[in-house]
Structures are given as C-alpha cells and as structure tokens.
Design a protein around this ligand. Structure first.
Ligand SMILES: Nc1ncnc2c1ncn2[C@@H]1O[C@H](COP(=O)(O)OP(=O)(O)OP(=O)(O)O)[C@@H](O)[C@H]1O
Ligand SMILES: [Mg+2]
Length: 223
C-alpha cells in the first residue's frame, strides 16, 4: 500500500525582500495509513510550514509530495481543493475561523462545501459536544469567545467531514490541561477508528499520545 503522505526531497523557500527564507531544507519522510505522528521542534524550525504542505495548502518550491501515491505537482487547483475538502481536516495554529459566522456556521462550513445545501443539521452539534463546547455559545461569533473556546470550534470544524487525515497545529495550546487531555483522548479514538493524525506540539505530554515523533530543527529532520 502507498504511504498516505510521502515527502521526497522537499524544499520550501519563502522569497522575501530581505532575503530568501529556507523554511524546509530537503525533507524526505513517509506517513503510513493509520499512524499517529507528533512533530516537535523549536519556534521557527518549520513545523507549520511542513503541516501546510502536508495539507496541500501551499506547494513545495522543489521536490514533490505524494498523497496516496499521487504527486501534488501533477494536480490542478480543483483536484487539490477536492482532496483537501474530502480527505483532510486542518486545525490551524491561529484557528482561522470566519469572524462574521457564528459557531455553528463556522463548524458547518466544510460540510456545506462538501454537500452543498444538504447539510446534516445535527452533525455540527455532535462534533461541538465531542469537543465539549456548551450549547449556549453556538450562536456566538469567534470574537465573543475565549481563546480555548475558539480552539475547540476550530477542532470541531476540522472533524465535521470525518477526515481520514487530521493535521493539527498545536491543537491544545490554548486549553487547560484537563480539556487538553480530553481533546487528545478524542484524537486517539479517531486514530483507533482509522484516521491518520499528524500533530505539531511543543508539549511532551501531547507527544506521548503519538506512535512516533518527527523532530525538526532549522528546516531539517533531526535524527
Ligand atoms: N508566509 C511566510 N512568509 C515568509 N516567511 C515565512 C512564512 N511563514 C513562515 N516563514 C518563515 O519560515 C520559517 C519557519 O516558520 P514556521 O511557521 O513553519 O515555524 P514553526 O516551527 O511553525 O514555528 P512556531 O513554533 O513559532 O509556530 C521561519 O523562519 C518563518 O519566519
Ligand atoms: Mg507554527
């Protein structure tokens, strides 16, 4: 079976006026189906960049990324959009919630992209209950929520389409340790059901939930 994600000699350069930033420096690794991987490394080492490329949100500068054997460089925009929509759940480091939509609308958004108007109205509540956000907040907009509550909305949104790949950038960074552990239990449960999970974290307790850790330093995988 093909790895669910494979990086082959991937370089990511951000061209800036002040000089190019080499965020990923010839990275190669594979993620097998059903793995639970944590990614750790110092601030600025390239973790979010790596996750963005895994999520097909950004193309590599050179090298290639294979998603279940298919190279992203050969995919057009529509194919990439469909891949993201149908297979990938993304929890962003800074949430990326839509400020004008309320909680239910934010969580339902990927479902609407997938099935048009035909959304299951109970599904959003189901995932919001799973991340332990209380019903009284469902009509609030992100500005009317705490950081931890926004984080739980972002997690619920990533789960709504039952993704088979879940990419998480510091998913518990704004949560107290009790809520953080229940989120990690939820991820473990999803992983048991077959989801492949990749989780960026600074927190060794979070990394303990994973099968293995990829360490990244200065854009390179540290052995
Ligand atoms: N959009 C961008 N444009 C230019 N440079 C960027 C951009 N995004 C990231 N970088 C640079 O690339 C490098 C890696 O950044 P990245 O965000 O991947 O780090 P990180 O490991 O996620 O850090 P943190 O733990 O602080 O979130 C840094 O030097 C950063 O300044
Ligand atoms: Mg980051």
């Amino acid at each position: 079976m093909q790895p669910v994600i494979q990086f082959v000699d991937v370089v990511k350069i951000y061209p800036l006026k002040a000089g190019d930033v080499m965020a990923l420096n010839h990275i190669s690794f594979a993620v097998e189906r059903g793995e639970f991987i944590s990614i750790m490394g110092p601030s600025g080492s390239g973790k979010s960049t790596l996750l963005n490329l895994m999520g097909c949100l950004d193309p590599p500068t050179s090298g290639n990324i294979f998603m279940s054997g298919i190279g992203v460089r050969a995919m057009n925009d529509v194919e990439l959009t469909n891949l993201r929509r149908d297979r990938i759940g993304f929890i962003f480091q800074y949430f990326n919630l839509f400020p004008l939509l309320n909680v239910i609308e934010n969580v339902n958004f990927p479902q609407m992209l997938k099935s048009g108007k035909d959304v299951n109205p109970d599904k959003a509540k189901e995932v919001l209950h799973a991340v332990q956000l209380e019903d009284q907040f469902y009509t609030h907009t992100p500005m009317e929520l705490s950081g931890g509550q926004q984080q739980r909305v972002a997690i619920a949104r990533a789960l709504i389409n039952d993704p088979d790949i879940l990419l998480c950038d510091e998913p518990t960074g704004n949560l107290d340790s009790k809520t953080g552990s229940s989120i990690m239990e939820l991820m473990t449960e999803l992983n048991r059901k077959g989801a492949t999970i990749i989780c960026v974290t600074h927190d060794p307790t979070v990394a303990k939930y994973s099968d293995r850790t990829i360490r990244i330093v200065d854009g390179c995988i540290a052995s």
